[in-house]
Write a protein that binds this ligand. Structure first.
Ligand SMILES: [Zn+2]
Length: 345
């Protein structure tokens, strides 16, 4: 009897185990069947993925065009070279070259063949320091080419004289250099953008031309250079490497100033021709023309000409067409100031 009861009990246990297994296995099946449900949940991203594929299909369709072109040569056999010559003409047909050069991170591209293009740096000084990039410029061979005149306009911009000067330069197909103050650049950012868009150089001319503050110390001078860099970088997306000390370096700079600028990658240029448009008594335009003629009569190879385009200098703008004509007549071509522009002395 006991063995029978044991057998029945064992059978019952087996039955319970079997039923339990059957339930578990059915849950597993349900679990498996849930997987597609999770897949369905992911169908939204999948659908987005399809959209991406469709988007990606567009370039693929575009990419067929070159493939079709390359398919032709294989049928001709001899024409691959002709067809491979096509892509360069198709590749970048409508992208005009930038009218300026952006300095490489290591400053390795600043030795230019001529001074036709201005140079800017997309990196702020502080950014270069924090990234461990070079800060001081490499040694650059000064440009020695045919007689070159560098028209330089200080103290702007404004929305009147500087705009007239830009119009005259455009009419005469001449590129020039504008040493702007930070305060005026911030006031007239559109004029600064126009300068760069039309191929002119922009240089740093301090924040607001305050000699007392600027020439307190090399650090005070550097502070204003950086302050103006920030304004120009906000406007343009890059900053100049060139600057002109307000009033010139003579009687303002010591060797400490020069060392400070060199250490921080700035190149200063004074001038060797002045039209004297800040002389007292509001001299007429003809005086400015005469000054250029007199000061270039020695045939100097590199004439860096000081002018002003800030508010009130209408006579400078008035003299400009004739100054350009005279310089051309005397064999000058025009360049923009870059770090490789020779010093004026
Ligand atoms: Zn000035």
């Amino acid at each position: 009897m006991i063995s029978k009861r044991l057998c029945i009990a064992l059978l019952c246990v087996l039955a319970v185990v079997f039923i339990g297994y059957a339930q578990v296995s059915s849950k597993d099946k349900n679990a498996v069947s849930e997987k597609p449900a999770t897949k369905q949940e992911t169908t939204i991203p999948a659908a987005e993925g399809k959209d991406k594929k469709q988007e990606a299909a567009k370039p693929a369709a575009d990419a067929k065009t070159p493939k079709q072109e390359t398919a032709k040569p294989s049928s001709d056999g001899k024409t691959p070279r002709q067809d491979t010559a096509k892509p360069p003409t198709d590749a970048k047909p409508s992208k005009p070259a930038l009218p300026y050069v952006i300095a490489a991170d290591d400053f390795s591209n600043l030795q230019l063949p001529d001074t036709a293009h201005p140079v800017f740096d997309a990196r702020m000084l502080s950014e270069r320091i924090s990234l461990g990039l070079p800060v001081s410029l490499p040694t650059l061979a000064p440009y020695r080419g045919p007689k070159t005149a560098y028209l330089t306009f200080d103290d702007g911009p404004d929305d009147e004289v500087t705009v007239t000067v830009l119009d005259i330069l455009a009419e005469n197909n001449v590129k020039a250099t504008f040493y702007v103050t930070g305060i005026n650049a911030a006031t007239y950012p559109d004029t600064v953008r126009r300068m760069v868009a039309e191929g002119h150089a922009v240089g740093n001319h301090s924040y607001d031309h305050d000699y007392d503050r600027l020439y307190m110390s090399p650090d005070a001078f550097l502070y204003e250079m950086v302050q103006t860099d920030e304004i120009l970088h906000d406007i343009l997306g890059f900053r100049p490497l060139i600057l002109r000390a307000p009033g010139g370096t003579f009687s303002h700079f010591t060797s400490e100033y020069e060392a400070c600028l060199e250490e921080n990658g700035y190149v200063e240029h004074d001038w060797n021709v002045s039209i004297a448009d800040t002389a007292p008594g509001n001299p007429p335009a003809q005086d400015f023309i005469d000054n250029v003629i007199a000061q270039t009569a020695d045939g100097k190879e590199s004439a860096i000409i000081l002018m002003h385009s800030s508010s009130g200098h209408q006579e400078t703008a008035k003299a400009l067409p004739e100054i350009i004509r005279v310089l051309r007549e005397n064999g000058y071509r025009f360049g923009v100031v870059t770090p490789m522009t020779p010093q004026p002395w």
